[in-house]
Write a protein that binds this ligand. Structure first.
Ligand SMILES: NC(=O)c1ccc[n+]([C@@H]2O[C@H](COP(=O)([O-])OP(=O)(O)OC[C@H]3O[C@@H](n4cnc5c(N)ncnc54)[C@H](O)[C@@H]3O)[C@@H](O)[C@H]2O)c1
Ligand SMILES: O=C(O)[C@H](O)COP(=O)(O)O
Length: 526
């Protein structure tokens, strides 16, 4: 319950958290050295864009469970490192959308009409009416790169100015854009057709340097460019050149490759560039909204386990769906059982789900199976956030498959683990709401509750084997809770799972393995 708040986050954030029993420390101007030194004491960190939550900070945050971003962009947080360490990263979608959209429109109008330059000039005592001749927006084509929450708000506002809106966003369907009166076009066509371009995508590997030397060549002479999304999406050196050459008439920038922007940045020296210091979200309204939103999201998560705004925890979000928890418990047990049955070198896992209900939970079921498996196989903590990264780091190849209906079970989870030629398989289901059962191991159909100390062995199907084994259990004073027997009549082999009421010693397991006809005996602890 210890939360560290850095950057200037509205006081309502701390207030709400304190009212809900959190122990809050506010350090608005913390250095990266101090952050590294103290982060180990906190389980939650809340930031805006100034604090760089690097992998170094994340590794130092031994108790960290959650990094909250009071805002939209999470590019100042090393999501990969957070995910590897099982830490939830959440932002506040929508909290500052309107402010950012309004700022973008203001920047576009200012760039078109040279308002900041004219203001500065007039304040110096001049009266230059011709120097500040601008361009109209009416009838011009505006290209929106990134048609997310802010992009859409900008579109509707600029349509009111009579602009034609086109856009590029690989995640948005044509019909959705058409419904907003926006024509979705390939990226290069946006560049070719636009009179104005505004950027509203996140900064990611596909958008870094999205606008650079080669793309300026495609653009119309005299295009106006606005970036209130993220520095790094437009290559600053190339933009400076394009402005100097006249290709770009004007640029309006709220964000920069390096922030705070350095005084010698060539863009700052260009008359046709207008700039603001990353303030698109800096309104009283937006700051209140994101502060309250992040605090409430954290309280909801802690109080009711409800996860909202997480950017790296889709499996955790799915795990909250009604009816799925018993299947997750089952998947963990199946993973843990397989980890104890299969040879240690086995490294290719396939998780099969069948049944209509399980279809949409494939991902979280796989995360649960991996958690169960890795909890047994390795010492690091695994959770639904880092399960996939952990599996990759352990060299486990992973496949998820959805099978057709199983004739015997409405919903079934099966996991296969392979090691070259050898393959082990385990399957289970849930009876009613919460009765979890293992129902198959390899080719054998069984049925037992995966709980406690379980001896599982294969044997030649002949008289006397079970009698011999139960004799050994008696000698070790062990009560049998449950026995599940199954056989492969064709191959004349059998499999037995015996749930016992106490601990199984190595000596007993060795003795069971040595019983005539038993080919392998394993102890499974669940
Ligand atoms: N300057 C500021 O103060 C300020 C304020 C708020 C948001 N932002 C930034 O604005 C951006 C948009 O925020 P939002 O809330 O609308 O986010 P959003 O997630 O709603 O929208 C982002 C959109 O970008 C799209 N996208 C991803 N990769 C793309 C690509 N290669 N090409 C085109 N589109 C791509 C996504 O599909 C998504 O629709 C973010 O970068 C955010 O950090 C800046
Ligand atoms: O992504 C965002 O939300 C904006 O860039 C705002 O950043 P800020 O919270 O540092 O103003």
């Amino acid at each position: 319950m210890k939360v560290l708040i850095t950057d200037g986050i509205d006081s309502q954030c701390a207030q709400i958290l304190k009212q809900n029993g959190f122990d809050v420390t506010e350090k608005p101007k913390i250095s990266k050295e101090e952050l590294k030194e103290i982060i180990g004491d906190f389980d939650k960190l809340i930031v805006r864009s100034a604090t760089k939550v690097t992998s170094e900070i994340i590794e130092a945050g031994k108790k960290l469970q959650l990094i909250g971003r009071a805002g939209a962009g999470v590019d100042n947080i090393d999501i990969e490192a957070a995910t590897r360490n099982g830490i939830i990263v959440m932002n506040t979608p929508g909290g500052n959308t309107i402010s950012a959209a309004e700022h973008t429109c203001a920047m576009m109008l200012s760039a078109a009409r040279l308002i900041p330059q004219a203001t500065a000039d007039l304040k110096q005592g001049n009266w230059n009416k011709t120097k500040f001749t601008g361009v109209e927006l009416e009838g011009k084509t505006l290209s929106i790169i990134g048609l997310g929450k802010i992009g859409r708000e900008v579109a509707s506002r600029m349509q009111a100015f009579g602009m034609k809106t086109i856009a590029y966003d690989p995640m948005i369907p044509d019909e959705f854009a058409a419904h907003l009166n926006i024509e979705l076009l390939p990226l290069h066509e946006n560049f070719i057709r636009a009179d104005f371009i505004t950027i509203h995508s996140s900064l990611n590997e596909s958008t870094r340097n999205l606008i650079s030397e080669g793309t300026f060549e495609l653009m119309k002479q005299g295009v106006i460019i606005v970036n209130c999304a993220r520095g790094g999406i437009i290559n600053e050196a190339d933009l400076a050149e394009a402005i100097e050459s006249g290709k770009v008439r004007a640029a309006a920038l709220d964000v920069f490759e390096t922030e705070p922007v350095k005084a010698d940045n060539p863009l700052l020296k260009l008359e046709r560039v207008i700039v603001t210091p990353h303030i698109a979200a800096s309104t009283n309204e937006a700051q209140e909204k994101v502060a309250v939103q992040i605090a409430e999201q954290i309280v909801e998560w802690k109080r009711r386990g409800k996860l909202e705004g997480a950017v790296n925890a889709s499996a955790v979000e799915l795990a909250q769906a009604p009816g799925v928890s018993a299947y997750l418990a089952l998947a963990e047990k199946l993973g843990a059982t397989l980890a104890q049955l299969a040879p240690s070198q086995a490294n290719k896992m396939t998780v099969f789900t069948s049944g209509e209900f399980l279809h949409k939970f494939n991902e979280v079921i796989t995360a649960a199976a991996l958690k169960g498996f890795l909890d047994v196989r390795q010492s690091k903590d695994t959770n639904y956030i880092n399960a996939f990264t952990m599996a990759k780091e352990c060299g486990i190849g992973l496949e998820q498959k959805f099978e057709k209906e199983n004739p015997d079970y409405t919903n079934l989870i099966r996991i296969e683990l392979e090691n070259g030629s050898e393959k082990r398989m385990i399957g289970g289901t849930v009876f009613g709401d919460k009765e979890i059962r293992i129902v198959m191991i390899d080719q054998f159909l069984v049925e037992f509750k995966p709980e406690g100390h379980i001896i599982i062995y294969n044997n030649i199907d002949k008289p006397g084997v079970i009698a011999h084994v139960t004799q050994l259990l008696l000698q070790h004073n062990l009560n049998v809770a449950y026995v599940a027997l199954s056989r492969d009549e064709e191959k004349k082999v059998a499999m037995t799972a015996i749930v016992v009421d106490g601990e199984v010693s190595d000596a007993l397991l060795q003795a069971v393995s040595s019983v005539n006809g038993v080919s392998s005996a394993n102890l499974v602890l669940l």
